[in-house]
Each structure stands twice: as C-alpha cells, then as structure tokens.
Design a protein around this ligand. Sequence first.
Ligand SMILES: Cc1cc2nc3c(=O)[nH]c(=O)nc-3n(C[C@H](O)[C@H](O)[C@H](O)COP(=O)(O)OP(=O)(O)OC[C@H]3O[C@@H](n4cnc5c(N)ncnc54)[C@H](O)[C@@H]3O)c2cc1C
Length: 482
Amino acid sequence: MEKRAETRTMKAVYNRVDQRIIDELAAIVGSAGVTTDAEKMAVYAHDETSEAHYFRMPDVVVKPANATEVSEILKLANRERVPVTPRGSGTGLSAGCVPIFGGIVMSMERMNRILEVDTQNLFMVVEPAVTTGEVQRRAKDAGLLYAGDPCSAESSQIGGNVAENAGGNKAVKYGTTSRYVHGLEVVLPNGDIMRVGGKCVKDVSGYDLIKLFVGSEGTLGVITRIWLKLLPLPKFKVGLLAPFEQMQDAIEVVPKIMTGSGVVPTSVEFMDSLSIEAAAMYLNATLPHGDAGAYVIIEIEANTQAQVEAEYEAVGKLLMDNGALEVYVADNLSTSQRIWAARKCIAEALRLVSPVYCMEDITVPTSEIPGLVAEITAIAERYNVIVPCFGHAGDGNIHATLLKKDMDDDVWESCKAKVLSEIYEATYKRGGNLSGEHGIGAKRIDHFERFYDPVALDVTRRIKEALDPNSILNPGKVVRPA
Ligand SMILES: Cc1cc2nc3c(=O)[nH]c(=O)nc-3n(C[C@H](O)[C@H](O)[C@H](O)COP(=O)(O)OP(=O)(O)OC[C@H]3O[C@@H](n4cnc5c(N)ncnc54)[C@H](O)[C@@H]3O)c2cc1C
C-alpha cells in the first residue's frame, strides 16, 4: 500500500485523504456529493469565528443524503484513520465545524426534509439540515410553536442547534434546544446507527442518551433525524423597549424583572451603548434614544389580550420605577420587527466596527449579571480594549465581545489572552461557566481544561474515548484527541 503523508497537530496522527479515498466517498454518495475544488471548499474552512488561525481547509467535502451514507463514510474514515468534521450551516462561534486536522468535512446540507408535522401529539420530525427558521414557520403554519429561537435562526440548521444545544432569545421562558428534543437518530463514529426516544413526553428507559448527544458538538455522533416537541402557539405578544441613561441601571433591572414583576417574560435582552451605536450604524437608522447608556428589550406572550396587557403594564411600571427613560410598546408586527432588528443585527454590526473580534458567551446566575457586567467594564478599561456587552441577560448569558481596534496582531493576541482570562475568572467566581450557548469547540479547550471540574473533565474524555477510540469524529473539539 502506498505510504500517505501524515498530519500531526496536538497529539493525534491522521492519514491524508488520497484519491483512492475520494473515489470511495464518491461511490458512497455519488460524484455530485464530493468536492475537492479549493474555491468551492473555501467556505467550509471556517465558521463565524473571525480569527484566521481558526481557518483550515478540508481535504474533501462530502454531502451524504441519508443515515446509511453517513454510516458508510464513518466506517471508511475509521478504517483509513482520517478525521471527519460534521458541518451544519457554519454559523457557529467556537470553530466547532472547522476541520482543524483537515480530512473530510461532512456537510449535512442534502438532509433537509421536514418528515412529519404531527398535530395530534405536537411533534415535528426533521432531518438535520432544515433551517431553524423553517422549523419555526412550519410549526406556526400548523398553529403551533417551536420554541427554539437563536438569533441565527434564518441560517443555522436545526441539527447544528441540537449539536450545540443552542439557546437564544426565548430561553428565559422556554429553555434551550434540549428541552424540545425527545428523540434522535445518531450515527456513531464506528458507523452504527442508533435511535433513541421518539414522541413520548415521558421516558426514563435507561440513561438519558438524548441529553448526552444534545450539545456534544459533533464529537460523539452525527445527528441524522430529530423528534422535536412543539407547543401551542401563544395568541398575543407584545415587545417593550426601555432605554436607560446609565448602563448599570439597565443591567440591575434584569434580575428585578425576573423576581419582582410576577411575570415570566419570553425574552429579556440587553444592549450596551456600544452595541446600540453599532446597530444604528449597521441598520443606517435612528434608534429611539440612540445615545442611551443601554437598552433592555422584553417580549411578553399570553393567550388573552387582557393577560398580555396586565403583564406588560406590570413590567413597564417596574422599568420606569427603576430608571428607564421611556418604555416603547410594540404590539404589532412591524414595530416589533423594528425593535428586534436592532438586537438581532449586533453580531454583524460589530463586525463592521472591527472585522476581527472575539465573541464570548459567558453565563452566570441572573442575580450575578450586574456585578459581572461592571467587572467586565473595569477589565476593559484596565487593558484599554473595547468590549461591548449584549445578550440574553434574562437567563444570565452575556456576549462580551472583544474588538481588535487600532492594535497590532501580537498586541491583540496577548491583550485578548489576559482580558479573557480575567473575564473567565470573574465569571467562575460568580458561579458561572464559560459558555451558555456557543460551546467549547476548538476555541475554548485551554480554558475548559483550566476551569472545568477535573473529575467531570476526565468523565468527558472517557465518554469520548469509549465512543470514538480512534478519535476520528470532529477531533480537537471539546477535548483534545487521545
Ligand atoms: C449572528 C449570529 C447569531 C447567533 N445567535 C445565537 C443565539 O442566539 N443562540 C445560540 O445558541 N447560538 C447563536 N449563534 C451561534 C450558532 O448560530 C449556533 O451555535 C448554531 O446552533 C450553529 O448551527 P449551524 O448549523 O450553523 O452549525 P455549525 O456551525 O455548522 O456547527 C456547529 C457544531 O455542530 C456540529 N454539527 C452540525 N451539524 C451536526 C449534525 N447534524 N450532527 C452532529 N454534529 C453537527 C458541528 O460539528 C459543530 O461542532 C449565533 C451565530 C451568529 C453568527
């Protein structure tokens, strides 16, 4: 057998993909499902993590159409010891779908069917590449709600959401993706196809394997089918936008809404003044109180007009009593879209301010949010770096985003390392964690090893080794390859 070149990064050693393997892949998925053209593969070399050292070209991109093809690809990869990186839409923010060891990128894009909308049991059965927005729309067309709602909904895939256990704008009331995943079909690294769960609302038969795979970041198996729980669609919805002169007043009101208003809002989002400025510039729009120190954006849903009114009046009063300059009420689609446009565009807007940035998604108990944001502001001032803060404040999840502005590359790298280290220390001191929704990926492995409970880290490694002894599936993510 011809000796193939080896790639050695971290500790793992993999074989390169040669023409024989490419031919075998084409025999599995058909030649139209295999790409080696550099120009076409460039988009698969990165996700939304902006820093170039997280970019890596695959040797080949393969697009299976069903679980059997996924299984054949994984058997081949195991036999030949080449890495396989599953990829959804590439909207991730932790370099999770980047093939950092090269090899095969397995793009799920052909598996994009909604297989069933079951209005009797309130379930939807989908393949992984359906976009989240499409899942939401199909549920709504049936008078139902799919409650997952990441800001990337229009582009991210539902399989990517499951692999990351995505959160989003509605997690305050509805929780994260995992709450809605009741069944999975997963192809394991050795090619075995496993089905677990389904349409049962209750199921404690054995270990909770569904929870193990939700949020496993494509390191334990490839998700090929998902059973999603739907809810009745709330009939009435109102959005509130409250600008505050002082950022600290805005952030201090968040835990008060959760404990003092008697209301469980669907969303409680926060934007600081840098985020407001960037959003206004990106949208080329004049935002209300555009010079405010911060915005708090709230959404309330209920089944009667009277209830929604009572709830938004209670929350509105609390906002005014705690220093809001005004409370704007959006009770129709167009005003609501205007409010949410500002919040949903921040990631793109900050990229205009600085194409290189480092977006974090630290998470703390909600009562710790005001203290943490104050601490982040102080850290940013100390290092003279711009760190806008925004995010899902109602569930304790803040996107502190370091911007590389007027800095050489080496200054940026050393400054970023120190600032991140201090932000994570502040987060852990307050009972928090590294990531509320974007995952560990390749980006946070060092910090994960530093901050995560050592016994839990060892269990994580042993689970990975048990399911993927050759470390061929998405190596170098969450844990280092053995
Ligand atoms: C503007 C913007 C806003 C965002 N807002 C939010 C938000 O509000 N909440 C939130 O949680 N995230 C958010 N994100 C992050 C991102 O959209 C989510 O992590 C999303 O779930 C990724 O989905 P994807 O299809 O793009 O997956 P990818 O980025 O392609 O992959 C992400 C991970 O999932 C794995 N994977 C993908 N598909 C499969 C599969 N079928 N089987 C196994 N593994 C798989 C990959 O290997 C990788 O590890 C945002 C990102 C952007 C750019």
